[in-house]
Ligand binder design. Structure first.
Ligand SMILES: O=C(O)CCC(=O)C(=O)O
Length: 272
């Protein structure tokens, strides 16, 4: 092909890209392109978890810590319950981690629906939170359209309280408040935690720990049993951010506050 023809072709391609709607179509096709391999897709659905590199710029990881540093829950009386709820409302970096394009694309691929992030939690240290399934807090109808994405804002190992989880446990029956307590509500939550602890013991479930490099992320399926591992080295921080996602086109509710035929609907603000 002559140089003139090549030049013409290049100019025509540029002109087509300028046509109304074409750019949007190209963006859409880029966003819909798979980011996970078939093996990763299979692993997530088999074991209920997947570690990915979401490609979040390091400056956003650092800024998520810095922008919340003055928040009262981040600096005084740190304890295992310390966390900033919905830091995305006050921190640009927390919001961009929640909306990281590679995470959104991975979730769309895993669930076949558009992800809808609805809550962020930022932790300064390990939570030592007892083992649970997120379904007790956030459920969807149709079921299982919810997941957590936990991003390491610094290197995480057993010493600073890595997350503990039980591969394959997302396949166990969903535990509801009707199974464990005489009624709904947070005051009965310890009964739920005792019940889950017994399941782990009776079934001899084998734990894994999320040993992650700064910037890596663990995606877990809503019913995967998980919690905060022991924070062994109390001198260390464990900066991390979890974002919780529902998926488009479901009814969303809170089983902890639901009982019998009643569903406590969860109508939240979507992170945008
Ligand atoms: O970060 C942790 O230690 C626990 C987080 C957790 O269990 C959750 O977000 O559901």
């Amino acid at each position: 092909m002559s140089m003139a023809m090549l030049g013409l072709r290049h100019r025509m391609r540029g002109a087509i890209r300028q046509l109304p709607g074409v750019q949007r179509l190209l963006d859409f096709s880029r966003r819909s392109r798979p980011v996970l391999s078939d093996a990763e897709y299979g692993q997530f659905h088999d074991s209920g978890h997947l570690i990915i590199d979401p490609g979040i710029p390091e400056r956003d990881l650092d800024a998520a810590i810095a922008e919340l540093a003055d928040h009262p829950d981040m600096k005084s009386n740190l304890h295992h319950g310390s966390r900033v709820f919905d830091g995305w409302k006050i921190s640009r970096a927390v919001r961009s981690i929640a909306l990281a394009p590679r995470v959104l694309r991975a979730l769309r691929q895993l669930y076949g629906r558009k992800p809808r992030p609805f809550q962020t939690l930022n932790f300064p240290i390990g939570t030592e939170q007892r083992v649970h399934s997120d379904v007790i807090h956030f459920a969807s109808d149709p079921p299982t359209y919810m997941c957590g994405v936990w991003v390491a804002l610094e290197d995480i190992d057993r010493g600073n309280g890595a997350l503990v989880y039980y591969p394959g446990s997302h396949r166990l029956p969903v535990v509801t408040m009707e199974d464990v307590a005489p009624g709904p509500g947070p005051s009965h939550y310890p009964l739920y935690e005792d019940y889950i602890e017994k399941i782990v013991r009776d079934r001899k479930l084998e734990p894994s720990h999320a040993i992650l490099k700064k910037g890596q992320a663990l995606i877990w399926a809503s019913n995967l049993l998980h919690g905060g591992g022991t924070h062994i080295d109390k001198s260390r921080t464990r900066h991390s951010q979890v974002t919780h996602y529902f998926f488009e086109g479901c009814q969303y509710y809170q089983p902890l506050s639901s009982y019998g035929g009643y569903r406590h609907l969860k109508i939240d603000e979507w992170i945008r």
